[in-house]
Write a protein that binds this ligand. Structure first.
Ligand code: ZN
Ligand code: ZN
Length: 246
């Protein structure tokens, strides 16, 4: 499975980072999680075909995670996409998504592909979709609005993605995680609704996690220094357009 990081920045985009958005690809199946700045250009740079993207999952409806959607759909239309696109969102955001699509007048472009909205209850654990040998499930993240964390299982491996969230006991319950992609809005400062690098390293059992990729990162935070100080080599500070294979 290839995991492409389109953006790795926190809510306020950084000088080198767009807001956090990640694309999971395996065997010709492609799932984009959240849609931040300039998604069409980023997907092209990462060689993910706009006409072939299978699904979009919104973890939550804060602006930094959703604002690229009009641009993504517009680019797909210009590329003459025909394949239906599934968009997953928490049921509490369905009306907002429908209204937003109506505001875009997506049905009048004329759009040549179907947009299929699928809802889930982000407070519960449920399987969202299955494709390319990847299975996506959600669990409740700890944030200021309904927010889903995601578990992606593929070929016996487990990737867990959670951003935005406070440190979550649900993540700590795994016996083993191959890759934890976790937000670290700050390096060490404690702030509600979010996490710091230090909290991630200290509150999860590092022996149970093979690799940690930090995303939702802020400018002017001493991530490298803090990671070095605590001496954990398995922490990777995410960068835009980075790809990790697992
Ligand atoms: Zn965010
Ligand atoms: Zn948020």
């Amino acid at each position: 499975m290839d995991i492409h990081f389109l953006g790795t920045g926190s809510a306020y985009p950084g000088s080198e980072r767009d807001n956090t958005s990640i694309c999971f690809c395996k065997d010709g199946y492609r799932v984009l999680v959240d849609v931040s700045g300039n998604p069409c250009r980023k997907l092209k740079q990462l060689q993910v075909d706009l006409c072939e993207l299978d699904a979009v999952i919104f973890t939550h409806f804060h602006i930094d995670h959703i604002y690229g959607l009009p641009s993504l759909l517009w680019g797909m239309w210009l590329e003459d996409r025909k394949k239906p696109l599934s968009i997953f969102c928490d049921y509490r955001n369905e009306k907002k998504l429908q209204e937003w699509l109506a505001t875009m007048e997506a049905d009048k472009w004329p759009i040549a592909f179907a947009i299929e909205i699928e809802t889930f209850d982000g407070d519960r654990e449920e399987e969202l979709l299955n494709g390319g040998g990847m299975t996506f499930s959600c669990f409740k993240a700890l944030h200021s609005v309904p927010t889903a964390g995601l578990e992606v299982r593929c070929a016996g491996r487990i990737v867990v993605y959670s951003g935005d969230t406070e440190i979550n006991e649900r993540i700590g319950r795994y016996d083993h995680i191959d890759m934890l992609i976790h937000e670290a809005t700050s390096a060490s400062k404690i702030a509600g609704n979010h996490s710091s690098l230090i909290e991630v390293a200290e509150k999860y059992d590092m022996d149970k996690i093979d690799e940690i990729v930090l995303v939702h990162l802020s400018d002017n935070e001493p991530y490298e220094e803090e990671a070095e100080k605590i001496g954990i080599s398995k922490v990777i500070i995410g960068e835009d357009l980075m790809t990790r294979r697992i």
